[in-house]
Design a protein around this ligand. Sequence first.
Ligand code: ADP
Ligand code: MG
Length: 707
Amino acid sequence: MKRMGLPDGHNARMASSVPTTDKAAAKSAPQKAMEKMGLRRDIDLALHLPLRYEDETRLTPIGELRHGQTAQCEGVVRDARVELRPRRQLIVRLQDDSGELVLRFLHFYPSHQKSLAAGARIRARGEVRGGFFGHEMVHPTFKSVDDATPLATSLTPVYPSSAALPQAYLRKAVASGLSRAPLQEVLPPHLVRQGLPSLREALNSLHHPSPHASLADLEDRSSPAWQRLKWEELLAQQISQLMARRERALRRAPPLRAVTSGLPEQLLAALPFQLTGAQQRVVQEIAQDLAGTEPMHRLLQGDVGSGKTVVAALAAAVAIDAGWQCALMAPTEILAEQHFRKLVGWLAPLLEARGQCVAWLTGSVKGKVRQQMMARTASGEAALVVGTQAVIQDSVQFARLGLALIDEQHRFGVAQRLALRHKLEGTADDGTGLEPHLLMMTATPIPRTLAMTYYADLAVSTIDELPPGRTPIVTKVFADSRREAVIAHIREEAAAGRQIYWVCPLIEESEALDLQNATETHQHLSAALDGMMVGLLHGRMTPSEKAAVMSLFSGGQMPVLVSTTVIEVGVDVPNASLMVIEHAERFGLAQLHQLRGRVGRGAAASVCVLLYTPPLSDTGKARLKAMAETNDGFEISRRDLEIRGPGEFMGARQSGDALLRFADLQEDSALLQHARAVAPRLLDEHPSAAAAHVQRWLASRVEYLKA
Ligand code: ADP
Ligand code: MG
């Protein structure tokens, strides 16, 4: 919204357009905008807090104005005229008993000129500058007043809004939502953190602070009112986590115990390497959960290349050995294929020997083959079912699903994860009352504070050790103008027998553009590296075309591979020692880290070059800096959290709900600890108060928090 001369405060009190909840009436644009922002119920409006405040409670005599100050003055227009030099503008001279002030408008309408005609009594608010004519305000807000027009009695709130939602409209809607919202205290007073105001007092004072409130306190979120809100929010979240945990403890899963010298042992014997200590430890943790009758709900986290796949394979082997089926899922077809190919390669021969098989269920498995895969899944002949979300479609039936594994869980939408659990509840609904165990895997480790809050209901296993023989990767950040120098370096590396990845960004909105980018780079590199084989890999190729290119690259005949992000996960070519990522500024931090993990898998010292195209945004700069400074996945994810904030970090953006709106995990750890301690007492001693509190704060989001 352009900030014209029309005074916000004026509209707030005088506008006649009242937000209506009448369902029959067509929704106005501002109403739609409010719904889009999630402002539906009165309580939603009451919890929509100001970004900042404007002080319209007092008048400053014009003679006392100081340069740089934001102030409100009142006076009579002595003169108003349009001047044409240095450009067309409206110059208004406002006078009170103490002096004169110039109001300057570079954009104005005839209506402005009318309101600001000589003799009009005006209240103007803006930042004071020292101008050629003395003090002036450029584009102040203003309104016409008379001697009796009252001043605001509280600071004027400025709310987060959108272009389609005028501040004045929103202000009015919030004020009426606040007055209607049921804000009675639902918590027993002795469990409320000491020294905090009631919820109603807190909200009233934040929406309409008294003129004596300290703006600094209001804005740095440290006031008791803010503390109350943050504490309430954290409490709601802790209670809902605890409820989810207790609910799960009541459910039953099949105990999965491997037979001695069964499938897991055969798998271990077939592997070309020994498990690291960390891998052995997490395999034990998982096996222990699987052997229990409570459904496992565990997250396996480990840096890129730490060897999560073999751990997943062993978990699958345990489940299959115990006579149950295992489902393996990745968020996209390409990831499913690449990530699980190795795993399937290990397990398939062992399964065949037992008269069992593997079923693939991805989007591209269609028609007869799909029918066959589904039949095998339903009969139980397929001990392992691998794929994408296709696996959780209603039409897919399992005979005995005992374990579900989700890879790259941060890229799986919350809603999909939820669908999965409901799906599994459905499949277990066969009279036995059982449901499957669940293991999620991620290369984006979750910082401890986040794990404590969002994943209180999740057990975490961490692989904190890389397989032996890796060399640290050196990361360099160059502007795209250095491209030719980078290509010269590629020529040297290739001549020395090394291999190179060149990655182009995925442009999500347009597969065609994506392709064009990679194709052009491929042509350019082929020409520049005359005589060398340069391959191209992208998502539109058929699986057999992809396989052909990959086998040339992994076989060592092809020194350079240009690719879109299809190689992000799972590709494993130890001889590759140089990774170039162009338009690195377009990638997320987790994704850059994943990509970089494709090199540094052999003994040769590896380099990752991040090419960017200036100008860089602040977050772009912060991401590239983080990449250059550390190889540690935990540190990367900590910085990612810092740069993006927890809402986006958790993929909450996909579901449209930021999970914590008021509290800050870093700053409010004392409140968090308190809420953690109170949650179980509340749930045990005052279950209906706990339920009312969660309902007020989370309502429709409860299900999401459990996923
Ligand atoms: P990620 O954790 O990123 O999924 P992978 O499971 O793909 O990692 O493992 C990376 C590579 O390391 C693969 O080639 C895998 O076969 C290999 N690997 C895994 N565990 C070990 C180990 N204990 N010793 C040697 N290599 C291993
Ligand atoms: Mg992996």
